[in-house]
Design a protein around this ligand. Structure first.
Ligand SMILES: *Cc1c(COP(=O)(O)O)cnc(C)c1O
Length: 409
């Protein structure tokens, strides 16, 4: 038997042991959607998460949603009313963000490899470009001149440090992301001299950290770096985007980030900040911390079989919707995501089974030798922490399967 990750708090069953999501029975939601596999996103949990963040953080810090975690249109429209901005990383995400009702001036566009047409769309809309290189800066300025617009430009800084304990390091050393800190002052001076509307800095050091102390330390270094750069430039950044990094517990032994501790430390950091940043605004950009927990992936058992004494539950879902849960999205060692039999939720485990998807590849495992209540053909398997990097971060067309259904409740 191998353990699975912790089921997020707040999920309960009805008297019939059926998992409830947003107060509705999982089986009822599947009927309403038409079939499995199905991602269900609980809007009340999304709202509670944003409220938890706001209660924990200093009031002056704004909350941006990094929409690559989950770009489902109804979820975006819901989040647009709750957060202060969206961070996008492609022209397609920019279009989705604009369609969600988020104001263009509250959208920032980061990411390497922006094509000219994407840069033009962002400038024309009035969104902020987080510039990833000197070359991108030059292209943005010439596109802005051609269309006669004053571009809103921020510079993404590749910091000289990374976020300790983070699952994905996005700063420190040679990186495709951002402009090396040493080159930033000269670039920003050129942007200001060209007449661009300089929006400040974007400094993102890493992702999926659970240690509040590590996040706090990175934020303190980020604020210090912003101050040092501002003093060198001789101009105050209107906005310092501090990045994100707050992760979620996916695996056995993981525990939730202490958001209140992050907020207290950030309050102290900002209270002590260099005078050059006195009038700057600050923002954090979060993806998974905001949306992962609110999502449940429901898939139905199609077959139950025994091979060499091991029991397999074969489902109609798989890595084509849940690449991360299969262990093939940026993890070195495969471990089990939180998993349950949705129609026997909260009941005692009765057997050790391996839950696989319907793809013809040994990579397609959703739960490896997990202890679960007995599962039979027709039962519903629930994978939790499915609200981020699920549907849009998985190869839905692999083996001709197609996308899962999605639903916001
Ligand atoms: C991916 C990404 C995020 C979101 O990361 P999460 O771990 O989902 O919070 C935020 N900012 C940038 C620049 C990113 O690339």
């Amino acid at each position: 038997m191998k353990p699975h990750g912790p089921i997020p708090p707040g999920f309960v069953a009805d008297d019939d042991n059926m998992l409830l999501i947003g107060g509705d029975r999982a089986e009822t939601l599947v009927d309403a959607a038409g079939d499995t596999p199905l991602f269900v996103y609980d809007s009340a949990m999304l709202a509670a998460r944003v409220a938890e963040w706001r209660a924990a953080m200093p009031a002056e810090v704004q909350l941006h949603y990094a929409m690559k975690a989950n770009p489902y249109a109804p979820l975006l429209a819901f989040m647009a009313r709750l957060v202060d901005g969206f961070d996008v990383a492609s022209g397609g995400e920019l279009r989705a963000a604009l369609a969600s009702g988020m104001a263009a001036t509250d959208i920032s566009f980061a990411g390497p490899g922006k094509r000219d047409r994407e840069i033009e769309a962002a400038i024309a809309a009035g969104a902020t470009l987080n510039l990833e290189s000197a070359g991108e800066a030059a292209r943005a300025l010439s596109i802005a001149a051609r269309i006669g617009a004053v571009p809103r430009l921020a510079v993404r800084v590749n910091p000289d440090f990374d976020l300790k304990g983070s699952g994905m390091k996005m700063g420190g050393g040679a990186k495709p992301f951002g402009v090396d800190a040493a080159d930033v002052p000269a670039l920003v001076r050129r942007l200001i001299a060209s007449g661009a509307d300089w929006q400040g800095f974007h400094i993102f050091a890493g992702s999926q950290a659970l240690d509040a102390g590590a996040i706090a330390e990175t934020q303190a270094r980020t604020v210090a770096l912003a101050a040092r750069l501002a003093n060198e430039i001789g101009a105050a950044p209107p906005l310092v985007n501090l990045g994100g990094g707050m992760g979620v517990p996916y695996f056995p032994g993981d525990a939730a980030v202490d958001a209140a501790a992050v907020g207290r430390a950030l309050g102290e950091t900002l209270a002590q900040r260099d005078a050059v940043l006195a009038h700057s605004r600050f923002a954090m950009e979060l993806g998974r911390w905001l949306v992962a927990e609110a999502g449940v992936y429901l898939t139905r058992v199609v077959d139950r079989k025994i091979s060499h004494g091991e029991t397999f539950l074969v489902t109609d879902g798989g890595l084509h919707h849940q690449l991360a849960a299969s262990g093939n999205f940026g993890t070195v060692i495969r471990r089990n995501y939180p998993i349950a039999i949705a129609n026997a939720f909260g009941t005692e485990p009765a057997e050790t089974v391996t839950v696989v998807g319907c793809l013809c590849t040994p990579l397609d495992r959703l739960g490896d030798q997990v202890a679960l209540p007995r599962g039979d053909v027709g039962d519903l398997v629930a994978i939790f922490q499915a609200g981020a990097y699920g549907a849009s971060a998985s190869p839905a067309t692999f083996l001709g399967q197609g996308p899962a259904r999605e639903m916001l409740v």
